[in-house]
Design a protein around this ligand. Structure first.
Ligand code: B12
Ligand SMILES: C[S@@+](CC[C@H](N)C(=O)[O-])C[C@H]1O[C@@H](n2cnc3c(N)ncnc32)[C@H](O)[C@@H]1O
Ligand code: SF4
Length: 485
């Protein structure tokens, strides 16, 4: 569909007016220019952070609450994928489902930036095509992740003033107050945390700066993160948004109560009480996966066994339904007990444990004390039960040396851990380690799309290269797992 120039002018001027209005009043620029402005003054209680998701997201056919038809939305998903991955990530899928459930017209434009042959210019042309097809007053939502930072910037340039742009995703969620506008000058809105409620509010004209994680560009940045109950979020797996295939990425909860300073899941303050998805939804999803013959389910929860009794109940549901798929679950050793391991019986499960280091000072330096006696006990139990599992380590931690990294790997191999993996430290935006780079003398590589730490006060570039070689050898043949010499 070709772009109509006069439409473009009309859209531009409307957006410019709305933005001016927002700048002057601090009111949401995305509010539709309606005569009845009552819903601009106060955020509807059902969309407020402190209460439930709006009823309109519960079903797939419920009408939108706005007096006027909702604005069409184009969601842009620039993913990093592995073979077999769904067409786009679960974050985009979940937002698309919620919008559809609220009666909003949504188009998803998706591609993987690591797909051989991916070309940003061709992809941006697709986005422009979708914007044209969506009609006037379109809202463009873009997911910002560490792997697509350049493409997000490129797209912002290409889009210019053509549409109002909402940015969300981890790169936004973890940017401090006042820093979003300089980093992303072309965006009109930013959403920190879960994106569903804010996108519905923006599309239906009921958004307000500061609510549901929304920050209107150049209005007061309250730096709030969306934190509302997720029980009523509709499922992208059940409504056809993310068709169920042989491999599924699935979530049962979001967030993590631990505070590792290298990780963006760190939730300062208390554990999030409302981060679990609805039980009914999850049971229906499990049944649908079984029905579809799904072979592998990667559970994305940062820690599946955060709430042991809930995890056990879910595993019980899977067993009752006769789920045969291989499940991979991220777990913490400290939360793994006999009852949890018993509950895995009869299921095809692979557990993935983060350990990062065996050394107490390194662990404490990143806010992650490990109880090594407990870790050793659980490893012995896993081995006795022949439960498949892997342990992940990080190289590049504060205080780490080549020899100490070797010792961490060796400790795991000596205890018969079937798979040990080691990842290079990345300084992710908004993490404590990101701000402590000078303290540890961190130097990052500028090669590659995702910068990693390559040098510090405790290891040289050459030693880092050796750690990388060890990590690589762990990924290769089984034999390599047995030695780190
Ligand atoms: C699945 C996954 C992958 C898959 C991606 C496959 C795919 N296409 O889905 C694979 C395995 C390939 C992968 C790889 C990597 N990943 Co990864 N991955 C995840 C994981 C576990 C789940 C993502 C997910 O679907 N979550 C569930 C959805 C619902 O949440 P969400 O994506 O955050 O989306 C919500 C909000 O962010 C927001 N939002 C998202 N998009 C948008 C858009 C708009 C418009 C709005 C308003 C809001 C919004 O709303 C969404 C719904 O509420 C997350 C951790 C996690 N549990 O989230 C890490 C995570 C995304 N990965 C991360 C990283 C760092 C990586 C790697 C670089 C390294 C690594 N060690 O993992 C590699 C990249 C490639 C490489 N060089 O190896 C970081 C991202 C950091 C960042 N700033 O972007 C995360 C957050 C983990 C972490 N805490 O460090 N990853
Ligand atoms: C998202 S984490 C979840 C693991 C689990 N929650 C745990 O730590 O117990 C998966 C793994 O990614 C690696 N990882 C996380 N953040 C990293 C970072 N900033 N740099 C390098 N690796 C990282 C760690 O090895 C971690 O165990
Ligand atoms: S590394 Fe694991 S335990 Fe630590 S904050 Fe991240 S998800 Fe939570």
């Amino acid at each position: 569909m070709s772009y109509n120039e006069s439409d473009e002018v009309a859209v531009r001027s409307r957006h410019a007016n709305r933005r001016d209005h927002a700048l002057r009043t601090g009111e949401p620029a995305g509010s539709r220019p309606v005569k009845d402005t009552r819903h601009l003054k106060s955020f509807p209680p059902e969309l407020d952070d402190r209460s439930a998701l709006p009823a309109v997201t519960r079903g797939s056919t419920a009408p939108a609450p706005a007096a006027l038809p909702a604005r069409p939305v184009v969601l842009v998903s620039m993913d990093w994928i592995r073979p077999g991955d769904p067409r786009f990530g679960l974050g985009t899928a979940s937002i698309a489902s919620a919008l559809r459930g609220a009666g909003v017209e949504v188009r998803v434009v998706a591609d993987a930036v690591n797909r051989p042959g991916f070309r940003a210019d061709a992809f941006f042309a697709q986005v422009l095509g979708a914007i044209d097809a969506a009609g006037t007053d379109v809202l463009v939502g873009i997911g910002a992740f560490v792997w697509c930072e350049d493409e997000v910037q490129g797209l912002l340039n290409v889009l210019g003033d053509r549409a109002e742009i909402v940015l969300g995703g981890p790169q936004i969620s973890y940017t401090a107050a006042g820093e979003l506008e300089p980093l992303y000058p072309g965006a009109t809105y930013f959403v920190r945390g879960h994106g569903e409620a804010a996108m519905i509010a923006l599309a239906t004209g009921s958004a307000e700066n500061g609510a549901a994680g929304l920050h209107v560009a150049r209005a007061d940045d309250l730096a709030g993160r969306a934190d509302y109950p997720l029980e009523s979020l509709p499922s992208p797996h059940l409504d056809g948004t993310s068709p169920i295939g042989a491999f599924v990425r699935w979530e049962t909860q979001r967030g993590c109560q631990f505070r590792c300073t290298f990780c963006q899941h760190r939730q300062p303050g208390a554990r999030l009480r409302r981060s679990e998805l609805g039980t009914g939804r999850m049971q229906a999803e499990i049944a649908a996966f079984r029905e579809a013959g799904t072979q592998r389910i990667a559970v994305l929860d940062p820690i599946f066994n955060t709430n042991r009794s809930r995890a056990i109940a879910l595993l019980e549901d899977m067993r009752c339904i006769g789920l045969a798929a291989e499940l991979s679950l991220q777990c913490r050793f400290e939360l793994t007990d006999t009852a949890f391991l018993d509950a895995l019986e009869g299921l095809d499960v692979k557990l993935e444990f983060g350990l990062q280091t065996i050394h107490d000072d390194e662990a404490r330096a990143v806010g992650r004390p490990n109880r090594m006696d407990r870790v050793a006990d659980v490893i012995a139990d896993l081995n006795d039960r022949r439960i498949p599992y892997e342990i992940s380590l990080i190289y590049g931690l504060p205080l780490q040396t080549l020899e100490r990294f070797r010792a961490s790997v060796g400790w795991c191999l000596d205890r018969g851990v079937p798979r040990v993996r080691a990842w290079p430290l990345m300084l992710l935006r908004g993490t404590a380690l990101y701000t402590e780079r000078d303290r540890w003398g961190y130097v990052e590589s500028d090669a590659g799309r995702i910068p990693i730490v390559v040098e510090s006060h405790s290891f040289s570039r050459e030693e880092h290269a050796e750690m990388a070689r060890i990590a690589e050898s762990l990924e290769s043949a089984d034999g390599a797992q047995r030695s780190v010499a």
